[in-house]
Design a protein around this ligand. Structure first.
Ligand SMILES: *[C@@H]1O[C@H](CO)[C@@H](O)[C@H](O)[C@H]1NC(C)=O
Ligand SMILES: *[C@@H]1O[C@H](CO)[C@@H](O)[C@H](O)[C@H]1NC(C)=O
Ligand SMILES: *[C@@H]1O[C@H](CO)[C@@H](O)[C@H](O)[C@H]1NC(C)=O
Ligand SMILES: *[C@@H]1O[C@H](CO)[C@@H](O)[C@H](O)[C@H]1NC(C)=O
Length: 356
């Protein structure tokens, strides 16, 4: 009797549950001399998160070279200007780039890095969002501020998406409501307990790899410090099977957050801003740094920024086998939405814009 019921239930399950693709094929690689092809440079001061930073345009970067490929390693460098003496009342130059192509549900993003930006006043992120944010959601794979020692990961969505019954290794859950209107848009945040996931310890361990699975069944993030990177990733294979990766460090299953409802194709983003709504919030800044965020760090000779850079070996995007996940480049669409977010934050006067 119970065996019959079990059999019946088991055979129904595939029809009811969202399909769990775990095999993905390479659709795009950003690496080497062509790393910066296919990204748009923001080209405006940080009017999104109130940072004391100017994000260079592609033309401005041609002279300033804050984003470039290091000829000795073939890695992409994205950095804060650490050579200009910035006078009081001016902003410091840095970079924000967004991929022109967007990647739909059924994608995996793999970012292999050797160094991430850190230091007092520094607020870097490797993340993604849909053009009509908060519609279409946001996935923050890597983010930190100032001298924190652990990476924080988050989703930001419209109302109705929560982290419920995750299958994840981290027990450091900061918040479970992903709604951008809840908790000053903190998002549903999970902190990586490994100190090699951020800052100096990340660099000393030789960096590492983040894998972000954006699937109908849920969103999952794995982090591997260099010595733990599995062969499936280090071999630069043209396909990846996420079922071989073990338990993710963070997971938001579709049960608490219907991925099809809250998420749309994502534009990939690297940015580094300074101070602003999160790093510069007095209470946040004082947790790991002393003095004043703008006056004591941004202003002056830039020596505070010698560690404020990404060193990226590659970003690879995979799509569920047999599907097309690439939504073709529309560089006009993405920035509008990002500005929308900025005005929203400014209007609300929010202090804790985690992960924008
Ligand atoms: C999240 O929780 C961890 C562990 O308690 C803590 O170290 C971290 O500061 C928290 N992050 C935020 C953004 O509050
Ligand atoms: C990884 O493999 C792809 C083709 O599958 C190739 O284009 C790329 O150059 C390789 N990248 C590295 C870093 O070896
Ligand atoms: C700026 O930082 C880089 C590392 O990103 C370092 O190699 C360089 O020496 C620094 N420049 C100055 C003037 O300190
Ligand atoms: C940010 O700057 C861009 C470019 O000048 C502008 O189009 C956009 O409206 C601004 N956004 C906000 C929120 O001010």
């Amino acid at each position: 009797m119970s065996a019959r019921i079990f059999t019946a239930a088991a055979s129904l399950l595939p029809l009811l549950a969202p399909t769990a693709a775990s095999s993905y094929d390479l659709v795009k690689e950003y690496s080497g001399d062509s790393f910066f092809d296919g990204w748009s440079f923001y080209g405006n001061f940080d009017n999104l998160t109130n940072g004391d930073a100017t994000f260079l345009s592609s033309d401005e970067n041609k002279d300033a070279q804050l984003a470039y490929v290091d000829s000795s390693t073939s890695h992409a460098i994205i950095k804060v200007d650490n050579t200009t003496n910035v006078p009081f009342n001016e902003k410091r130059n840095t970079i924000r780039i967004a991929s022109e192509d967007r990647y739909d549900i059924g994608s995996v993003f793999v970012a292999d890095m050797y160094h991430v930006p850190y230091g007092c006043s520094v607020w870097p992120a490797w993340w993604s969002q849909a053009p009509d944010w908060p519609t279409g959601g946001e996935i923050d794979t890597f983010e930190g501020v100032n001298m924190v020692t652990m990476n924080q990961m988050a989703l930001h969505t419209e109302e109705g998406c929560t982290q419920n019954s995750p299958s994840q290794s981290s027990t450091l859950v900061n918040s479970t409501d992903c709604n951008y209107q809840a908790n000053e848009n903190e998002g549903c945040v999970v902190t990586d307990p490994e100190t090699q996931s951020y800052g100096e310890a990340f660099a000393k361990a030789g960096g590492g790899v983040w894998v972000t699975e954006f699937a109908e069944t849920g969103i999952s993030i794995w982090f591997y410090q260099r010595s733990d990177v599995p062969d499936a990733i280090s071999s630069n294979s043209s396909s990846i099977d996420t079922s071989s990766l073990g338990t993710p460090v963070a997971n938001w299953p579709t049960g608490g957050c219907d991925i099809d409802t809250y998420f749309e194709a994502q534009s990939l983003i690297f940015d580094i801003t300074l101070c602003g709504d999160f790093a510069g919030a007095d209470n946040v800044f004082a947790e790991t740094c002393t003095g004043y965020c703008y006056e004591d760090y941004v202003v002056g000779d830039g020596s505070a920024y010698n560690n404020a850079y990404f060193d990226i070996a590659s970003v690879r995007v995979y799509g569920a086998s047999g599907t097309n996940v690439v939504v073709g480049g529309d560089s006009a669409a993405a920035p509008n939405a990002e500005w929308g977010l900025g005005s929203l934050l400014t209007a609300a006067g929010l202090l804790l814009g985690v992960a924008l």
